[in-house]
Write a protein that binds this ligand. Structure first.
Ligand SMILES: Cc1cc2nc3c(=O)[nH]c(=O)nc-3n(C[C@H](O)[C@H](O)[C@H](O)COP(=O)(O)OP(=O)(O)OC[C@H]3O[C@@H](n4cnc5c(N)ncnc54)[C@H](O)[C@@H]3O)c2cc1C
Length: 407
């Protein structure tokens, strides 16, 4: 056995797990079906929470140096009202978000894992070995544990005891925009922008600047209708009053590419004998915001801690049992359960025009609640704060103000 642990998938979850394991002296092989650098369909936004965990990978400065930095988020409600919030951090939570295309970001994280001592190999894993390890390209690679970090893709997961009981998949699509002419000619401003108007809810469109004169523009639909985000996005670019205005003067957008998003952390299995899931393979994407890079990095750290402990306590070369990995799902629950319960409830009950018009349409009177909601989403405030009865009472009793001529 050349490796104690094989990590399948070199997105942020897999590469960060491999980094932490290699740093702890665990012989780790990282596998991905694609050679790096490779693209990943995403909004490319790194929340303050993601940055906290990038700092712990020793990567925050390198990522910040290449990323677009945004300190403010702007929202447009279904009725046309606009609101904004400054991103607030705390001691180790930056008060800004970063935007860096995934082709570059994922390569930086993957390289960090290799620098820490993990080995890397390109290979499409289609099956696990019953005695522990994986089979790839006809070759058996034994290991005491396989970490599944394959994101929203279910084909491998379905062949393991971690197959989700009730997978919850939504759909999102994005394209890149570039200003016509000189890069300095004009841009879309530095802020992250979210649009909840003139589109099917629950969901939103976003415009995230990636640099001067370039942006990532996308649409996430998180409802039950049979709707294709890849088909909806071109319609929005052509017909949405604000998006069509913003992209006038841009080069024709790049190809629209869609990808699923999996948000079923609350019911997803996380460990079984010889296998453990991290990141989106454990359903760890926020069901209200659609973000998953932060939880991918965070779950990687929790997983590596639990795996290192389990390797030290179990008899080598036995495959790690479910019992000796049990600390990992417990740690995930402690860290994320309350947040995901709140966010799942918000997705189900609050993702509608009535709420958004009141939330974003109250001007200064509603600013406190908007600020708190974003702090909770980014991990700068505990989930319970958003349920403060006084704030919610004010929200329910308020009348939204619509800008003249909107909606
Ligand atoms: C359109 C869109 C926009 C999004 N925007 C944001 C955003 O702005 N911010 C944010 O935080 N999150 C966003 N997300 C969510 C985010 O992209 C994911 O949650 C995140 O990538 C999860 O990381 P991961 O490492 O778990 O999986 P992934 O990043 O999906 O990585 C999985 C890796 O596994 C590899 N793989 C898969 N199957 C196999 C196999 N069988 N064998 C070998 N390799 C395999 C893949 O090639 C891939 O490299 C968005 C998602 C979408 C679809």
């Amino acid at each position: 056995m050349n490796h104690d642990v094989i990590v399948v998938g070199a997105g942020p979850a897999g590469s960060a797990t491999a980094y932490h394991l290699a740093r702890a002296g665990v012989r780790t092989l990282l596998l991905d079906k694609q050679a790096f650098p490779r693209d990943k369909v995403c909004g490319d936004c790194l929340s303050p929470r993601a940055q906290r965990y990038l700092a712990r990978l020793g990567l925050l400065d390198a990522v910040t140096a290449e990323a677009h930095i945004a300190t403010r988020i702007r929202f447009r409600a279904p009725g046309g009202a606009e609101a904004g919030t400054d991103i607030q951090g705390d001691d180790d939570l930056p008060d800004q978000t970063l935007v860096l295309p995934r082709a570059r970001f994922d390569h930086l994280v993957q390289r960090r894992a290799l620098d820490a001592g993990a080995a890397f190999r390109v290979g499409h894993v289609r099956e696990l070995l019953p005695q522990g390890g994986v089979r790839v390209d006809g070759e058996s690679l034994p290991a005491r544990l396989v970490v599944i970090a394959t994101g929203a893709a279910l084909s491998l997961l379905k062949r393991t005891p971690l197959a989700p009981r009730r997978p919850v998949h939504s759909v999102a699509a994005r394209c890149y925009l570039r200003r016509r002419g000189s890069p300095d000619a004009a841009d879309w401003g530095p802020d992250l922008r979210f649009f909840f108007d003139h589109l099917p809810l629950p969901g939103y469109a976003w415009l995230f600047p990636t640099g001067p004169g370039s942006a990532n523009l996308g649409y996430w639909y998180n409802g039950n209708a049979n709707l294709s985000a890849s088909a909806e996005l071109p319609r929005l670019l052509a017909e949405h009053p604000e998006l069509s205005r913003l992209i006038a003067g841009a080069e024709p957008p790049s190809k629209v590419t869609g990808f699923p998003i999996r948000t079923d952390f609350l019911t997803a299995p996380k460990v079984a004998r010889g296998v453990l899931a991290v990141g989106e393979a454990a359903g760890l994407v926020n069901p209200f915001t659609g973000e998953g890079i932060d939880y991918a990095l965070e779950s990687a750290e929790l997983a590596a801690e639990a795996i290192t402990r389990a390797l030290a306590s179990a008899v080598a070369p036995d495959v790690l049992s479910r019992r000796c990995l049990a600390g990992y799902p417990r740690a995930l629950d402690q860290r994320f359960r309350a947040l995901f319960l709140l966010m799942a409830a918000a997705q189900r009950y609050a993702f509608n025009p009535w709420v958004f018009d009141r939330l974003f349409g109250r001007g200064p009177a509603g600013q406190g609640l908007v600020d708190t909601l974003i702090q909770v989403c980014f991990g700068a405030a505990p989930p319970g704060r958003v349920l403060a009865p006084l704030e919610l009472g004010r929200l329910l009793m308020s009348r939204p103000e619509f800008p003249r001529g909107s909606a």
